[in-house]
Design a protein around this ligand. Structure first.
Ligand SMILES: Nc1ncnc2c1ncn2[C@@H]1O[C@H](COP(=O)(O)OP(=O)(O)OP(=O)(O)O)[C@@H](O)[C@H]1O
Ligand SMILES: O=C(O)C1=C[C@@H](O)[C@@H](O)[C@H](O)C1
Ligand SMILES: [Mg+2]
Length: 175
């Protein structure tokens, strides 16, 4: 049985790598953000706006529990998922966990072109975004570091790099 949770900050590559990894292993892929959006027929941005973050986190936790029941699955979590409740511990008990560790400069370059659909980053200037990322990584490090594996996902900028990263991840997890 393969049940793997990919965690990491926004833009770390959870969705990109998770999708490619699942295809390689021939197991279903679930992106927790997409799963929530489908279930509630609303975007993450709308859910944040309508319910507020605290209520979103409750809902995210219950959806995490739901997808953790599946056998043979690659789950890409939301960027904040590991940092609330006992979610990290829960994932460690239910499968293999990976922290996609990416340098803040790379995250900045990836995220500055895509802040619109990410409610937490919306409306920030470049300088605000840069320091926000550094501070958030600092705050979240104690949670992300509880993942069983750490993987450098800094090379996802082309199909070739994604394919290479998939092979490296496969070797790390021995699957
Ligand atoms: N087809 C592609 N071609 C080139 N680069 C890509 C492609 N797909 C993804 N990337 C790169 O991978 C980065 C990681 O994005 P991704 O959406 O996978 O992160 P994430 O961890 O899922 O973020 P979030 O928590 O916001 O959902 C992108 O910003 C982009 O730089
Ligand atoms: O880092 C975060 O807190 C978030 C990341 C996204 O995946 C979404 O789950 C949402 O935008 C919150
Ligand atoms: Mg994603």
């Amino acid at each position: 049985m393969i049940r793997i949770f990919l965690t990491g900050y926004m833009g770390a590559g959870k969705t990109t790598l998770g999708k490619a990894f699942a295809r390689e292993l021939n197991v279903p892929f679930i992106d927790l953000d997409w799963y929530i959006e489908e279930r509630f027929h609303k975007s993450i941005r709308e859910l944040f706006a309508e319910r507020g973050e605290a209520s979103f986190r409750e809902l995210e936790r219950s959806m995490l529990h739901e997808v953790s029941e599946f056998e043979d699955v690659i789950v890409s979590t939301g960027g904040g998922t590991p940092c609330f409740f006992d979610n990290m511990d829960y994932m460690n008990r239910h499968g293999q966990t990976v922290f996609l560790d990416v340098h803040p400069d790379i995250l900045f370059n990836r995220l500055r072109v895509a802040t619109r659909q990410r409610p937490i980053l919306q409306g920030k200037t470049d300088e605000e975004l840069r320091s926000f990322i550094v501070e958030a990584l600092d705050k979240r490090a104690p949670f992300y570091s509880q993942a069983r594996y750490r993987f450098d996902a800094g090379r996802l900028e082309s199909r070739r790099q994604i394919a290479g990263s998939v092979q490296e991840l496969r070797a790390l997890l021995n699957v």
